[in-house]
Design a protein around this ligand. Structure first.
Ligand code: IPM
Ligand code: MG
Length: 385
C-alpha cells in the first residue's frame, strides 16, 4: 500500500473512534448526586516517585476529617496500588486493566503524580497515565483555582480535559521519515459541556466575567469552533460579561499587574489550559502549591499538579517531599462530594500553616520538616480552628 493510503487508513480509524466518543457523550447522564449514595467510595492512588509518600499524608488527613462518616459506613477509602511506571511498562498500557477496574469501582479518586514517559527515557514512550485516566473516566473539566489575595488575583481556570491536542496526542501519524502529523479535536458536545461547567460555576459564585482563551485567529477550525460555542453558551448567562483572548496575549496579560486583577473565570482548550495554569500557579508560589480537580459526570479525580520528582526518591528524600499540593487537592475532593465545611476547615488550616504561621517549613531536604510532620501540623491546626 502506498504511504498516503496507509496514513489515510489510520486517519479514518481515528475519525471512527472520535465519532463513537461523540455518541457516548450524547448518551451521557447528568452529574452524579453524591447525597443520594449510601456509601461514597474514595480511591487513593499513590502513583510514582514521591507520589505514594505525599498521597499517604493527604489520605491520613482525609481519614481524620471523615472519621465519623467512615464509622457510619457513609464513606469508604480504598487504596489502589499498581499505577506505577514499572507495572504500566510491564503490560505496555497507560493504566493496567486491574487498576482501571478498581478505579471504575470508586466515585472519586485522589491521585498522586505519575511518571509521564517521553522519547529518550529509559521507559517505552507509552501514553501518560494522567491523560489516559482523564479520557477513560471522561473527566472533561480540569478546574484549577489560583489565588493571591494581596495581589488581587482570584482566578479559576476551566481547562477542557479530554479533547484538543491531547485527545490523539499518542496517535499521531508518521507518513514517512520526513512528514509527521498530529491531530487536534474539537467536538460540539465536548465544548458545550466545559463551557456550561464554567458559566454555571461563574453564576453560582457570583463572578461577573468569563474569558475564553484560544488561538482562533490561526487555528481556525478547532479553536474557531471552541470559541464560537463558548460564546453561544455565554449568551445564556446575561449577567456575565464574556470576552475572548488569544493565548499569546493572555500569557502576557497574566504578568500585567493591573490587568490580571480583572480576570475571574477562564475557559481554555486542553493544551493552552495546561500551559497557562502552570504560569498562573507560579504567582501563587509554584505548581507545588496548587491543587487540581478533574471532573466528569460519573467520576471525579483530584491531584497535585506537580510531577513525581524521581530524583528525590533516588536520593532517599521522599519523606521530605511537600504534600501541600495533594492536600489542597484533598480539600477540593471533600468539597466536591458535599463536605463543604470540612473542606473549608482544611483549606483554612493549610493556608495558615503554609503562609501565615509557618511553624514548620518544607525544604525538600533533611533541614526541613517531613511530609508526615507537616500533615500532623495541619491536623493540629484544624483542631484549633
Ligand atoms: C498537568 C500535567 C499533565 C498534562 C502531564 C503530566 C501529562 O502537566 O496535569 O497539567 O499535560 O496535562
Ligand atoms: Mg501541566
Amino acid at each position: 500500500m502506498d504511504k498516503i493510503q496507509v496514513a489515510t487508513e489510520k486517519f479514518s480509524e481515528l475519525i471512527r473512534s472520535q465519532l463513537e466518543r461523540v455518541e457516548r457523550m450524547k448518551a451521557e447522564k447528568d452529574f452524579i448526586d453524591y447525597a443520594k449514595l449510601d456509601t461514597i467510595i474514595i480511591g487513593v492512588v499513590g502513583g510514582d516517585g514521591i507520589g505514594p509518600a505525599i498521597t499517604a499524608e493527604a489520605h491520613r488527613i482525609m481519614e481524620y476529617l471523615l472519621e465519623d462518616e467512615v464509622k457510619a459506613g457513609k464513606v469508604e477509602f480504598r487504596v489502589i496500588d499498581g499505577l506505577t511506571i514499572e507495572n504500566r511498562v510491564k503490560v505496555m498500557k497507560a493504566i493496567p486493566d486491574d487498576v482501571m477496574e478498581q478505579l471504575k469501582a470508586c466515585h472519586v479518586i485522589l491521585k498522586g503524580p505519575t511518571t509521564t514517559p517521553r522519547a529518550g527515557d529509559p521507559w517505552p514512550n507509552i501514553e501518560s497515565a494522567n491523560v489516559a485516566m482523564r479520557k477513560a473516566l471522561d473527566l472533561f473539566a480540569n478546574v484549577r483555582p489560583v489565588k493571591v489575595p494581596e495581589q488581587g488575583i482570584d482566578w479559576t481556570f476551566f481547562r477542557e480535559n479530554t479533547e484538543g491536542s491531547y485527545a490523539l496526542g499518542s496517535n499521531g501519524v508518521h507518513v514517512d521519515d520526513d512528514l509527521a502529523f498530529d491531530f487536534c479535536v474539537t467536538t460540539t458536545d465536548g465544548t458545550e459541556r466545559i463551557a456550561r461547567a464554567a458559566f454555571e460555576y461563574a453564576k453560582k459564585m457570583g463572578k461577573k466575567r468569563v474569558s475564553i482563551v484560544t488561538k482562533a485567529n490561526v487555528v481556525k477550525t478547532t479553536d474557531g469552533k471552541f470559541l464560537r460555542i463558548c460564546k453561544e453558551i455565554g449568551e445564556e448567562y446575561p449577567g456575565i460579561e464574556v470576552d475572548d483572548w488569544y493565548i499569546d496575549i493572555m500569557t502576557a496579560k497574566l504578568v500585567d499587574e493591573k490587568r490580571r486583577q480583572q480576570f475571574q473565570v477562564l475557559i481554555l482548550p486542553n493544551l493552552y489550559g495546561d500551559i497557562l495554569t502552570d504560569e498562573a500557579a507560579e504567582f501563587q508560589g509554584g505548581v507545588g502549591t496548587a491543587g487540581s480537580s478533574n471532573m466528569g459526570k460519573r467520576y471525579a479525580m483530584f491531584e497535585a499538579i506537580h510531577g513525581s520528582a524521581p530524583r528525590m526518591v533516588e536520593e532517599n528524600r521522599a519523606q521530605y517531599a511537600d504534600p501541600c499540593s495533594i492536600i489542597r487537592a484533598a480539600a477540593m475532593l471533600l468539597e466536591h462530594i458535599g463536605f463543604v465545611e470540612k473542606a473549608e476547615r482544611l483549606t483554612r488550616a493549610l493556608d495558615k500553616c503554609m503562609f501565615e504561621e509557618k511553624k514548620l517549613v518544607i525544604t525538600g531536604r533533611a533541614d526541613g520538616a517531613t511530609g508526615a510532620e507537616f500533615a500532623d501540623y495541619v491536623m493540629e491546626t484544624i483542631r484549633n480552628i
